[in-house]
Design a protein around this ligand. Structure first.
Ligand code: THU
Length: 155
């Protein structure tokens, strides 16, 4: 038997400490919250992608009366990228969320969204920076999907 350990390499910072690009990306994710369609959960998730040409793509959770037909904010943005802008690499994604009281709410990407991010990395051949807003002021920044999904499925 071999005991193995994986280390999660990430940092936590105030939004004001981020680079201009990263700060703007977080603000885009915050703006995207307003476009969520979440009448069932009343939990609104905004996401934003930064592409290597400086373009931002926003996404937000889109729910449906037939619950599984809805989609998370992260995958809405990532699939919009695939359908519209895949000639440019995605370099980062930011995620920000609000509860029904309109207060900030912590939302790490779910497993299905992480699996789609894994596929995105394999398409771009670049690590994806994942920025998760963890409270009103701060974010956690993960360098690569492997930090949040250390083992993932591939064919
Ligand atoms: N949701 C996201 O948009 N992203 C996640 O990573 C997890 C959950 C959405 C799905 C649903 O619309 C609401 O949050 C409550 O689960």
């Amino acid at each position: 038997m071999i005991k193995k350990t994986k280390i999660i390499d990430y940092f936590q910072a105030n939004i004001s400490e981020l680079s201009e690009d990263a700060k703007e990306l977080v603000f885009e994710a915050q703006r995207a919250i307003k476009t969520a369609y979440s009448p069932y959960s009343e939990f609104s998730v905004g996401s934003a992608l930064l592409l290597d040409n400086g373009l931002f793509i926003k996404g937000s959770n889109q729910e449906n009366a037939a619950y599984p037909s809805g989609l998370c904010g992260e995958r809405v943005a990532l699939f919009a990228w695939g359908a519209n802008n895949s000639e440019n690499k995605v370099v980062a994604i930011a995620i920000s969320a609000q509860n029904k009281e309109g207060e900030f709410a912590l939302a790490y990407p779910c497993g299905a969204c992480l699996q789609v991010m894994v596929e995105t990395e394999s398409r771009t051949k670049e690590k994806l920076k994942i920025i998760v807003q963890i409270n009103d002021q701060e974010v956690q920044v993960f360098n690569g999907v492997e930090c949040l999904m250390p083992f993932s499925f591939s064919l």
